[in-house]
Design a protein around this ligand. Structure first.
Ligand SMILES: Cc1ncc(COP(=O)(O)O)c(C=O)c1O
Length: 351
């Protein structure tokens, strides 16, 4: 029998949902509203037998996406979702045994790809009391040997974020490291490090079409950095990892700014949808926590998750209302902080 590489043998398995997910899906931060109808129209128009015979061509998508994000095409790498962006970044800049600094809890794929590459991963805990970014502790943990730092801003699953001053401090404390600011939820908070890319050669920023654009199934993302860094990453990337439909869908999605605004507006449609599943929406995080603790009435929020605990309440939800939520078992938080905030939280960077 063949033996897998050491890093694969010791890797903690990630179990994504593969089916049976009927109901209100709050477990993997998917968009519960849907993508722009214009994306669907455009894909139907372009989907022909002849079009499928051709390897994907990215020139138009690159030009239009670069214009949308206000960068030069050379500063943009198109990727098969943020996941591939993380993988390409690690494969390009991290060697076996290198030090990689993360936060906990955060998006699972940072650790996954870093460990797969054989890196030595360290994690700094989000503050157990208020789930805020532990800025001073994190900066103190950066070593001259640290080769990559991966941060979600705002973070999944805490919903908390950092501001540009904090990001600058991290970039300046780690000039030797590739620092990724994963902005998968940028549209929900409005803080972006993208304009800093020309100032900091160690900065990488990622965006995705999986969240506010509602196209997680398409697997399309963008990774931004200096032209030199993008050139290296391009070299390390599979040439056709973004399929032709994903590139077309991204082009159509950025044309429909109204649809994105709809997803971001006070989400009455989303609330109505959730109420249809028997969920009460509570915008104030304190009431949310109180609701979970005291009334035992489940209060869930859009684009967020429940951390740990309250398993019986959540199971009840699963059974009665077909609402899917995610259990995260390896995080030790104060009971009062177990459920997370909502839009109000992520709109306001606090560090
Ligand atoms: C912080 C963060 N980054 C990235 C992703 C995944 O993005 P993509 O679908 O583009 O791979 C998620 C998905 O939940 C996420 O929470």
């Amino acid at each position: 029998m063949l033996k897998a590489r050491e890093s694969v043998r010791t890797l903690k398995e990630y179990h994504p949902p593969l089916g049976n997910r009927e109901g209100l899906r709050l477990d993997f931060n998917e968009n519960t509203v849907g993508c722009s109808p214009k994306v669907i129209e455009y894909l139907k128009e372009k989907l022909t037998a002849d079009a499928l015979t051709v390897y994907p061509e990215y020139i138009d998508a690159m030009r239009e996406l670069a214009a949308y994000f206000a960068v030069a095409p050379g500063e943009l790498l198109l990727s098969n979702g943020t996941d591939e962006a993380i993988q390409v970044l690690i494969n390009t800049f991290v060697d076996d045994g290198d030090d990689v600094l993360l936060l906990k809890p955060s998006y699972a794929m940072y650790r996954f790809y870093a460990e797969l590459a054989g890196a030595s991963v360290r994690e700094i805990d989000y503050a157990a009391t208020d789930l805020e970014f532990p800025l001073d502790e994190f900066i103190a943990a950066i070593r001259p040997s640290t080769r990559a730092i991966l941060i979600a801003n705002p973070n999944n699953p805490t919903g908390t974020g950092i501001n540009l001053d904090a990001i600058r401090r991290i970039l300046e404390a780690a000039p030797q490291a590739a620092v990724l600011i994963d902005e998968a939820y940028f549209e929900f908070c409005g803080v972006t490090a993208l304009p800093l890319v020309r100032q900091y050669p160690n900065l990488f920023v990622s965006r995705t079409f999986s969240k506010v654009f509602g196209m997680a199934a398409m697997r399309c993302g963008c990774l931004f950095s200096s032209v030199e860094n993008v050139r290296w990453m391009h070299k390390a990337q599979s040439p056709y990892s973004v399929n032709m439909l994903a590139a077309l869908a991204a082009r159509a999605a950025i044309q429909d700014r109204q649809h994105v605004a709809l997803g971001l507006a006070p989400p009455q449609r989303v609330f109505a949808l959730h109420r249809g599943h028997g969920l009460n929406h509570v915008r104030a995080p304190n009431r949310l926590h109180a609701g979970l603790r005291e009334s035992e009435v489940p209060h869930l929020t859009f684009h967020n998750q429940i951390l740990d605990g309250a398993r019986d309440v959540l199971d009840w939800h699963l059974r009665i209302h077909a609402v899917l939520i995610q259990q995260i078992d390896d995080v030790d938080l104060e009971p009062a902080q177990r459920s997370l905030g909502d839009f109000a939280d992520v709109r306001r960077p606090t560090v």
